[in-house]
Design a protein around this ligand. Structure first.
Ligand SMILES: [Zn+2]
Ligand SMILES: [Zn+2]
Length: 292
């Protein structure tokens, strides 16, 4: 059995090689070029069909958010998340073995057709994420991390991946057990990941397209902008949907009073929030609430 140390080192070098290979080999199954392509697609929409026409094409924090995009999609995994999560999974499986359990699969979906597995994974994970997102707003010390995502004051597609790396840890940890129960764990499925990334970019983009009744199912910029409203309608906000908007309609957390095109974004005293990457990373750890 691989030791934790070996696993740690292999995960690092394995991921480094993987990222290099991605960049050097463009192709249809390539995360790097899909992220680039999706970003370019929404940027072009923002340039040629903007919702807020007065907003600069290279808006406030455009490059900072571009860096966050690359950091959260790739670098964070490179600098440690992959290694730490591999160890977490190994430790979890070792713990199960102590109790003579091989896994915690409660519903076996591996025999289903692949499309049904992917659809199940997508819906289950989106619902879990909707719950985790609510938690990020409700629990004070989690909100200190999530504030970074809400510190965006001019909205655009790149804001999608502007978040603290702790969010990745929180989401992945809380997702793990429920997904392991359907036998999926941290396995990543390319199509699901790319689809969720595209809708996430769409939600944050400065773009308007009438979706008709589909808006009750899929999240969209006109709904998500209210999630970023400086004046939150309810004490803990609204419209927590990640890819699907249906959860907010089902659980009565949807809020779209009128056209939110020009509403003020952020939170109280957002002006005082640090605006450099480095300070934003350390902010939650310095925050009074966290150390109280
Ligand atoms: Zn939020
Ligand atoms: Zn957002």
């Amino acid at each position: 059995m691989e030791t934790y140390l070996e696993l740690f080192i292999n995960s690092f070098t394995g991921y480094g090689n993987y990222l290099l290979k991605e960049i050097l080999n463009p192709g249809w199954g390539n995360y790097f070029y899909w992220l680039l392509g999706i970003s370019l697609f929404f940027w072009l929409l923002e340039i040629f069909m903007p919702w807020r026409q007065h907003q600069a094409k290279i808006r406030q924090d455009f490059w900072l958010d571009g860096f966050y995009m690359f950091f959260n999609f790739f670098l964070f995994s490179l600098v440690g998340f992959n290694a730490v999560s591999n160890i977490g999974v190994q430790a979890f499986n070792d713990l199960l073995a102590l109790f003579r359990l091989k896994n915690i699969v409660a519903f076996e979906i591996h025999s289903w057709p692949i499309w049904a597995q992917l659809l199940t994974l997508f819906i289950v994970r989106d619902f879990i994420q909707w719950n985790v997102h609510r938690l990020l707003h409700r629990v004070d010390y989690l909100w200190e991390f999530h504030k970074l995502h809400h510190s965006v004051q001019e909205m655009g597609f790149g804001a999608h991946l502007r978040f603290h790396w702790m969010e990745t840890v929180i989401y992945r940890t809380l997702e793990y057990i429920p997904l392991a129960m359907i036998g999926l764990g941290i396995q990543d499925f390319f199509v699901v990941h790319i689809f969720a990334t595209a809708i996430g970019h769409f939600n944050h983009s400065n773009f308007k397209i009438p979706l008709g009744p589909l808006r009750y199912l899929v999240n969209n910029p006109q709904m998500h902008i209210w999630h970023h409203a400086k004046q939150m309608p309810y004490p803990y906000g609204a419209n927590y949907g990640i890819t699907l908007s249906i959860w907010d309609y089902l659980f009565r957390t949807a809020y779209l009073p009128d056209d939110g095109r020009d509403i003020e974004l952020g939170f109280e005293e957002v002006e005082k929030y640090p605006n450099s990457f480095k300070e934003q990373q350390t902010y939650p750890f310095r925050s009074k609430k966290l150390n109280a």
